[in-house]
Design a protein around this ligand. Structure first.
Ligand SMILES: [Fe+2]
Length: 247
């Protein structure tokens, strides 16, 4: 089902990358507690896709492609309003190292569909990171809400008891509205470092059908270099990964 795109202006995106959100949203008609129509349609579409994935009418690769496309069409200002990011940022202390995650209950918004997926927001101080990790049996995506990030992804080429073999796929700057996704099949490992203070990403996650779904596998991508650009990335405990990569 196609959705109209209501893109932010480049000026608005630049403002969001550097300024508080209230400054941008203050002049807009933000209705607390109600989902705006464009975002409601977006959530409905994601709910339909999730149902199709669970019912196996959609394969995981196809789902991930559709998720990428859908993330590119979200109305970012509506999404800010829906997660009430100003209030969330005000009440959430960002940690000295690593990231803080906060679950957001979009289904509680008036007019929102019954969701079949999880949603949360991650926040970091400047120089801190959502540390490198992979996921098993999960499709998930980040959409940058605020700040600038360096985002890296890797394909998981091999899975072993104590390490993955990974290959770099993405390493670029991410600003508001930029997005990326993870599945067992593509870009499985991600790692996002905040390059500004008050950096936030929105996250959706969907467990794959018939499997447990989604535990993080923390990794060290600074492992032994193998042939063809591959890396032997040892698994780490969360504490060890945050200590090395949390900033
Ligand atoms: Fe993740």
């Amino acid at each position: 089902m196609p959705f109209p795109r209501r893109a932010l202006s480049s000026q608005a995106l630049a403002a969001l990358a550097t300024a508080g959100l209230a400054q941008l949203l203050g002049s807009r008609d933000v209705v607390a507690g109600a989902v705006r129509p464009a975002l409601g349609a977006w959530l409905e579409r994601l709910t339909e896709m999730t149902r199709a994935l669970r019912g196996r009418q959609l394969g995981e690769r196809e789902f991930q492609g559709l998720l990428d496309d859908l993330c590119g069409r979200v109305d970012l200002v509506d999404l800010y309003a829906a997660v009430d990011l100003d209030a969330l940022a005000a009440r959430t202390s960002l940690p000295a190292t690593g990231a803080r995650s906060v679950d957001v209950d979009l289904a509680a918004l008036v007019g929102a569909p019954r969701l079949g997926f999880g949603a949360r927001v991650f926040g970091c101080r400047r120089g801190r990171a959502i540390v490198p990790h992979g996921h098993e049996d999960l499709c998930t995506a980040f959409i940058v809400l605020a700040g600038r990030w360096r985002g890296r992804h890797y394909d998981r080429a091999e899975t072993h008891a104590d390490h993955y073999v990974i290959r770099p796929t993405i390493d670029r700057a991410f600003g508001p509205g930029d997005h990326s996704s993870v599945s067992d099949h593509r870009d499985n490992v991600h790692w996002f470092q905040a390059e500004t203070d008050g950096a936030f990403v929105f996250n959706v996650h969907v467990a794959c059908p018939g499997r447990s779904g989604g535990a993080r596998v923390y990794l060290d991508p600074d492992g032994e270099r193998l042939a063809g650009g591959a890396i032997r990335a040892p698994k780490l405990s969360r504490a060890a990964c945050v200590a090395k990569y949390g900033g």
